[in-house]
Design a protein around this ligand. Structure first.
Ligand SMILES: *[C@@H]1O[C@H](CO)[C@@H](O)[C@H](O)[C@H]1NC(C)=O
Length: 341
């Protein structure tokens, strides 16, 4: 019996080794190509992607293949605390991806030294997850519109509204896209979270998502919807720049709007784990920090993104916290702010 088992094991092991050698030899060969085309078909089905012509399909396939190779070699190396995946952005080049999504207008404004109401906060919990406190709405999807700034601001406003009224209400990004057009903010062409807060204060409130639903395109402002306020804020404050300890005090107190550099293909193709870069500090994306924690000896920020629930960890990304650089991972500590109730 044991001899039979051993020889069976030996037989299986041989097949495995031969198989591994064969697949190495055939890498980049016809069978690899066929497998990759099948993988593209399966990916198209999964994400409901339809191409207009066979030319477009072929061009998109080549991009998908390049991204899939990046994903496979990254995950095979296994030397980072996060994984990549062929997510819904896997048939976009990194340039296309950046052009359509990341439109935080991160111009270098001189660091404002306004009031910071959480400066004397001393007792911060070791972990925080505002989702568990009922202060975070489900993941939304900005689509092919550079309105990240609106989603970031609305996420923080939904948080402070729930904390001050006890009610979680999904609020309208489209109202910001359509109506907040007289200053810096320019709908799908980009904007700033602080300018969104300014608009909401002047407008004396923001309406609900259901009253003014998201269309992922610039539209004309509906005055009647705009006048139908569901929530309001009194002001906004900036977190002192380049201090993760200040950001910690803020995120321990309420969900916070943060700007990050999300331009790298590793961010585009992020699937799970704690993101450690590559990334710089050219702020191009607005998201909402909704908590923090520690896993496997590494501290992280819990970030709500606006790219649908299929991206990342069901729409979220965990990003490394307390790094040596004062700007924080991807510049997360550079331009954080929050509305006040
Ligand atoms: C923090 O404490 C200092 C010293 O007591 C005080 O002057 C300051 O006003 C406090 N800040 C806030 C925001 O409460």
């Amino acid at each position: 019996m044991s001899i039979l088992m051993n020889s069976k094991l030996f037989f299986l092991a041989s097949i495995f080794i031969l198989g591994a050698l064969a697949s190495q030899a055939m890498a980049r060969s016809a069978p690899h190509e066929a497998a990759m085309r099948l993988r593209h078909e399966q990916w198209m089905a999964r994400f409901g992607r339809v191409y207009r012509s066979s030319n477009e399909k072929e061009a998109r396939y080549q991009i998908f293949k390049d991204n899939a190779d990046i994903v496979d070699s990254f995950n095979a190396a296994g030397d980072k605390p996060y994984k990549l995946g062929t997510n819904q952005f896997a048939d976009l080049t990194n340039e296309e991806f950046r052009a359509t999504r990341n439109r935080f207008k991160g111009h270098m404004c001189s660091a404002q030294q306004g009031p910071f109401r959480y400066e004397n906060v001393t007792a911060v919990p070791t972990t925080m997850d505002w989702r568990k406190k009922g202060a975070v709405t489900p993941i939304k999807d900005q689509g092919q519109c550079g309105s990240c700034w609106a989603f970031s601001a609305v996420g923080a406003m939904e948080g402070i509204t729930q904390l001050s009224t006890g009610k979680l209400v999904s609020l309208s990004e489209q109202e910001l896209v359509d109506c907040d057009t007289k200053g810096e903010d320019q709908g799908c062409s980009g904007g700033l979270m602080d300018d969104a807060f300014k608009f909401i204060i002047q407008n004396k409130g923001l309406t609900t998502e259901s009253n003014y639903p998201y269309s992922a395109a610039d539209g004309s402002c509906s005055a009647s919807k705009e006048g139908n306020h569901a929530a309001t804020i009194k002001g906004y404050e900036d977190v002192p720049a380049n201090s993760e300890s200040a950001l910690l005090k803020a995120v321990a107190s309420q969900p916070i709007s943060v700007a990050i550099d999300a331009g790298d293909s590793s961010f585009q193709l992020y699937e799970s784990g704690i993101f450690t870069g590559e990334c710089g500090t050219e702020l191009d994306h607005g998201v909402t920090a909704v908590g923090y924690g520690e896993s496997g000896g590494m501290k992280y920020w819990l970030i709500k993104n606006s790219w649908g629930a299929q991206w990342g960890e069901e729409g979220y990304i965990r990003m490394q916290r307390d790094i040596p650089a004062k700007e924080g991972i991807c510049g997360i500590a550079m331009q954080a702010s929050y509305p006040t109730a």
